[in-house]
Design a protein around this ligand. Structure first.
Ligand code: FES
Length: 592
């Protein structure tokens, strides 16, 4: 069979593939990041790539384009989106530093005919305390001892010796890696375990996305067999390894000098990362394989850190409330409040926590990827060219675009602004219908001109072709329905938790918005579309990547890891599919 080489720009990653495979398959084999939320079915339009050399086409859908020549292909970059995710993570932690990792330099007795004991015994004698030596440490020990004339530095996790290094390094900093594996994005933060300082942070797309944008598609792929499960596991391990290398490079250290990791993620990502069968998460009763905190060695997972570095996966609460929610609870201290606080983390799923003195209730709803710009015809992530803010004034529609570029699409915050504004001025009725052009007489001319009919699907133009220099950016009736489903589900989840706790929204002292989306949305638009209950906007506070901050805390403190275990056990989880009030609330809150 003929082979062709595809070079992916901008990183110039090359891959050789059989003729006739799709560009998407080639990109997947090359391990490059790109979007493909519909899993290659050709319907989402998000896998666009640009052919620079080798074929007469220009922009193509990677999942629908065969490789029949050597090609040079450019993948649009997600840098702004990723740098926003990273920026939300850049903060130092306020916690007592007790990571459970220690380092000591010791002088080991050289072997002698008078003292005929093993290398391991002499090391333990010099250490002066009982300890377990890992197999990898034993394998390297004879060489390291002799190379360093028996002056070595021992790195320990609790009672385990996880590394023995030649020479004196006792005063050098220890490093750890906090990882937040999202369904869409993976964020890594390199942390100095001695000072607690955040050294560097970076993000990358979760390359499992070629198997679908949401957790259910990933579970379905994993359910095909062990090979497919391993395929998913490897992809996320590769992403973490790439982030680890990037961060270590930025800090001027080797990845093998990272001695501990803490990971937060939703329950599906948790299972896929560990290679656990996720099949029983999909149907009721949504049973996870494990919910407790799991600690595994980095080498066992294929992570290129110190091979015996402990990797702590924070505990899950339930099938759809994972360690990422535990991370949010940890970093916002919801486990110890004297007020009534609601926390909402909106990503591909929406996780909700209601914290009251001595009590925490949780639930999760399928928010759908609408808020991340997927399943919206002109939707895109928050990257250059995305409309992120929209206002409708008395005589004009204004918007702000990310980066110094004409509008190419609209991201989640722009979508919410646009729909809130369209509803406020009467372009959208309370039931979500876009007013048809022939019934729009009550609207001013500048708005009427923007409403069009495309068959049964009315749409409203946000950015005209004159403004974009290309296709118009619009919201269709179907897009509005997608947002209604997502916001209706989240709002209904909030209402169910409030009902179960026996309090009203007026009694809430604060609403915390976690995650990238929560940090960039306009509070008034969130209230305007009814995503959140009507509260004083001053009570709403964005808390950034609170899940990732939870991973950093767990990395730095054994007490926090114990706290995480207790949080997961004590949360009262509501499975919304079993709560009749949820359906009622959902129907009610579909409307604006
Ligand atoms: S259109 Fe190609 S992945 Fe969706």
């Amino acid at each position: 069979m003929n082979k062709h080489t595809v070079t992916f720009l901008p990183d110039k990653v090359k891959v050789t593939v059989d003729a006739g495979v799709t560009l998407m398959t080639a990109a997947a084999e090359a391990g490059v990041e790109f979007e493909g939320p519909c899993g290659g079915r050709g319907v989402c339009g998000k896998c666009r790539m640009r052919i620079r050399e080798g074929a007469d086409q220009d922009w193509v859908l990677a999942c629908q384009t065969e490789v029949n020549a050597d090609l040079v292909v450019e993948i649009p970059q997600q840098e702004i989106y990723l740098s926003r995710k990273t920026a939300l993570t850049q903060q130092d932690m306020d916690v007592e530093i007790d990571p459970g990792i220690t380092r000591r330099t010791i002088q080991v007795q050289p072997p002698s005919i008078e003292h005929q004991v093993s290398d391991a015994t002499r090391l333990l004698e010099a250490l002066g305390e009982p300890a377990n030596l890992k197999l990898g440490v034993l394998r390297a020990l004879p060489g390291v001892l002799r190379e360093a004339r028996h002056l070595v530095t021992v790195v320990m996790h609790e009672k385990d010796v996880i590394a023995v290094e030649p020479g004196e390094h006792e005063r050098e900093p220890l490093y750890g890696l906090a990882v937040d594996i999202g369904t869409t994005t993976v964020v890594g933060t390199l942390v100095n375990l001695t000072t607690g300082k955040n050294v560097a942070a970076a993000s990358a797309g979760n390359t499992q996305n070629i198997f679908g944008a949401d957790v259910i598609s990933r579970i379905q792929h994993a359910a095909k067999g062990p090979k497919e499960l391993e395929q998913l596991r490897r992809r996320v391990v590769q992403v973490i390894n790439r982030l680890g290398e990037k961060l270590a490079h930025a800090a001027g250290i080797r990845t093998s000098s990272v001695y501990q990791a803490a990971v937060v993620c939703n329950t599906t990502m948790h299972h896929l990362f560990l290679g656990l069968d996720p099949r029983h998460l999909a149907p009721a009763p949504f049973t996870p394989v494990v919910t407790d905190l799991v600690t595994v060695e980095a080498g066992e997972l294929g992570l290129n850190l110190c091979p015996h570095a402990p990797v702590h996966l924070l505990p899950n609460v339930a099938g759809y409330v994972g360690a990422d929610t535990v991370g949010v609870i940890l970093s916002t201290k919801l486990y110890d409040v004297d007020r009534r606080i609601l926390a909402v983390d909106i990503g591909t799923n929406g996780e909700i926590v209601l914290a009251l003195p001595g009590r925490m209730l949780t639930c999760s709803t399928a928010a759908g990827p609408a808020f991340e710009g997927a399943q919206i015809k002109c939707g895109m992530r928050a990257q250059a060219g995305a409309i992120e803010k929209v206002r409708i004034d008395e005589d004009q529609v204004t918007y702000e675009v990310i980066g110094d570029e004409p509008a190419k699409g609209i991201c989640g915050s722009g979508l919410m602004d646009a729909i809130s504004e369209m509803h406020r001025v009467g372009v959208i009725e309370a039931n979500g219908r876009i007013v048809p052009p022939e019934k729009a007489d009550h609207l001013p001319e500048f708005l009427r001109k923007r409403i069009h009919d495309r068959g049964a699907n009315a749409y409203f133009v946000i950015a005209t072709p004159e403004e974009t220099g290309g296709p118009e950016v619009y919201l269709s009736q179907k897009d509005v329905r997608e947002l209604q489903l997502a916001k209706g589900a989240i709002r209904a989840g909030i209402e169910v938790l409030l009902q179960k706790a026996g309090i009203s929204s007026a009694e809430l002292d604060e609403i915390l918005l976690a995650g990238a989306f929560g940090s960039y949305i306009d509070k008034r638009s969130a209230l305007g579309i009814g995503l959140l209950p009507a509260v004083d906007p001053g009570k709403i506070r964005a808390v950034g990547n609170a899940a990732g901050a939870g991973a950093m805390l767990a990395l730095l403190s054994r007490r926090i890891r114990r706290e995480a275990a207790s949080i997961a056990r004590t949360c009262e989880h509501m499975e919304l599919s079993t709560v009749p009030e949820f359906q009622e609330a959902f129907i009610k809150h579909l409307n604006f």
